[in-house]
Design a protein around this ligand. Sequence first.
Ligand SMILES: [Zn+2]
Length: 314
Amino acid sequence: MTALLPFKLVYHERYDLNLGPHVFPSQKFRLIFELLLHEGIATQKDFLRPDPASDEDILRVHTPEWVHKLKTGTLTASEVMLLEVPYSPELVEAVWLAAGGTILAAQSALRTGFGSNLSGGFHHAYPEHGEGFCAIHDVAVAIRKLQAEGSIKKAIVVDTDVHHGNGTAAIFRDDLTVFTLSIHQENNYPAHKPASSLDLNMYDRADDEEYLGALIPAVQQALDTFQPEILFYVGGADPYCEDQLGGLSLTKDGLKRRDRQVFEEARKRRIPVATVLAGGYARRVEDTVRIHVNTILAAREVALAFPSASVARS
Ligand SMILES: [Zn+2]
């Protein structure tokens, strides 16, 4: 078997958050992996297997107290309530792996133009606590790692999850090296939305055209003015019209166009793209899986359509 994709996918069988019956379908990671193989989109050769992020990597973003509580299972009852998922050692292993996976996808993107972690996007995590199913902020960990190793100076986060990227906004609030863009439903979780560099607040039931009409010009302008060296794409599946935790009205086709158009804008400017999953709570888990797989297909289309846009840096 040879590789089929012009970029690498990152996956680990222990990405599962071990939640049991829960609105967060933690089996989706495995289902996405299996569908990519089953439909002949990828072979085993297309995958990289991440190591867990090192504690040193995690501690560039999170406080020693929070890391200690996660590793020793000593969260308070209110901290578990805020996290909204049951604590388990498997959960901790999964989020350390997710952060390692986002680092690996980003490093791969810097070499080949794209890299996709089939987990991550835990954008509600704050330095000192977890929230909304998110314990460790994998994207922030990856950005700090790339900056620490000198691979990049400036990054942009384009967060298309239906929920505001509150953790991302808080972590990078006073940091001029990271531009944070969040497009989300205004009347939705989280109640407190610290300001991103740019927040696009969508009305309830906004459709494909309203959403793309707001997002794409904003991405174009942000890329032109900020000129980042990498784009982290938080590709939420939950703006989908049948999502149980979302109140927007995007179609599957609209979501795929969203992905493709953002990737095109980056690719035209030779900016590498690292993608992560984020949320997806469709009534039918197959829909969530399909939307996430479509993100990979959109990346493939753009990579093939702009083959000469070599983004590799020496
Ligand atoms: Zn979400």
